[in-house]
Ligand binder design. Structure first.
Ligand SMILES: Nc1nc2c(ncn2[C@@H]2O[C@H](COP(=O)(O)OP(=O)(O)OP(=O)(O)O)[C@@H](O)[C@H]2O)c(=O)[nH]1
Ligand SMILES: [Mg+2]
Length: 349
């Protein structure tokens, strides 16, 4: 997941570190040349002796000891523009890219009294907090269900083929494992085979499904599903819907009708992580027309760029709830910003 971005960020991290190390060296000629916190291996000693420039990792691990480090805007300008290019190339939306750069610049430029912190830790900390700032806090579905009246009604929307139906099944299975009772509404009455598809999923995961015939009014199906949940004291209603593009006003009106009839507690917008910026634009449109309370990004397993996942919460102001990570029912993970940041910046190169 997001492997390409991770690799590029690693390069930028080293670049930023090298730029700041240059400032450290120029401001502290007496600084020790070997890592203070780590024993020096004979190989490293040899490297230091034979090479004029220590390796990036050697340099960045040197501690900045009990002194003031002053990094100017100019010192990091090139590295920051490299970071900007990297983010844009990996589909991070422009406003999100700006927010990240501003945050990193603010963290690094100016006076810093860093006692016992290495350049690498300084740079990594700046990048991590910039990413955490834009990623938002995620959305804890289980906590939401616990704290709201049952049945909690969740409507899934999105464009064609992004993984709505699979996500309904995955979330059904996830909630069932947590001990909740679930009913699925087969709200895609439009596409041939859609009712059968969700029916097969429901049977496999052992969840009750409410369905009408192909071509029926989806509002009626989902109304019946809610009625069933109320009369059977079911905890959660998961409503599948047909894929539709936000540009098709008749289909968007149908979704609006579903919303009025079913009165969902949560509208979850589903799109593919691999769609990058398109996913962001579409999510904003759906949010504007029928609303969106949270987002699921599917196919994160196929996405090496990560731009949509990084950008969505900041651009549309709605939290990312789950990442889809494969085609199996287990392949869904609650979105955890700390985990994503750790995955992107956690380990040394
Ligand atoms: N690799 C991967 N494939 C996924 C993921 N989620 C869904 N898919 C696949 O994407 C394809 C489309 O999934 P559906 O759930 O049918 O998508 P949909 O949005 O319901 O499609 P429509 O109802 O036609 O709009 C299927 O082949 C799924 O197995 C995921 O997280 N990772
Ligand atoms: Mg579907």
């Amino acid at each position: 997941m997001f492997g390409g971005l991770k690799e590029k960020l690693q390069a930028v991290r080293n670049r930023l570190g090298t730029s700041i190390q240059g400032v450290v060296t120029s401001q502290a000629p007496s600084l020790p040349e070997t890592p203070v916190s780590e024993p020096v291996s004979p190989l490293a000693e040899q490297k230091t002796a034979t090479s004029a420039a220590p390796t990036i990792v050697d340099k960045l691990k040197v501690l900045i000891i009990d002194r003031e480090l002053i990094v100017s805007e100019k010192d990091v300008a090139e590295a920051l523009s490299e970071l900007e290019m990297t983010l844009l190339e990996n589909d991070v939306a422009l406003p999100v890219c700006d927010a990240i750069i501003t945050h990193v610049r603010k963290s690094l430029v100016g006076k810093h009294r860093k006692i016992g912190e290495s350049v690498d830790a300084l740079v990594t900390g700046a990048l991590k907090s910039a990413l955490l700032d834009v990623l938002g806090k995620g959305f804890n579905l289980s906590e939401y269900i616990q704290t709201h009246n049952r049945p909690v009604k969740i409507l899934f929307t999105g464009v064609n083929g992004t993984g709505k139906t699979t996500t309904v099944a995955k979330i059904g299975s996830y909630l069932k494992k947590q001990g909740y009772t679930v009913v699925i509404g087969a709200g895609d009455t439009y596409r041939a085979g859609a009712i059968e598809q969700i029916g097969v999923h429901a049977e496999r995961i052992g969840i009750k499904i409410i369905q009408h015939k192909e071509g029926a009014d989806p509002s009626a199906v989902l109304f019946d599903t809610v009625q069933y949940a109320q009369s059977h004291k079911v905890d959660v209603v998961l409503a599948d819907t047909a894929g539709r593009f936000h540009t098709k006003s008749n289909l968007m009106n149908q979704l609006e009708k579903i919303r009025r009839v079913m009165k969902p507690d949560l509208i979850v917008y589903v799109d593919e992580a691999v769609a990058g910026n398109d996913a962001i634009v579409r999510a904003a449109e759906f949010d504007r027309t029928v609303g969106a309370d949270a987002v699921v990004l599917t196919k994160a397993d196929m996405d090496s760029r990560g731009g949509a996942a990084i950008s969505i919460a900041h651009t549309i102001g709605k939290p990312l709830m789950f990442l889809g990570t494969g085609q199996g029912y287990e392949d869904i993970v609650p979105f955890d910003p700390d985990q994503v940041v750790e995955e992107l910046l956690g380990s040394d190169s």
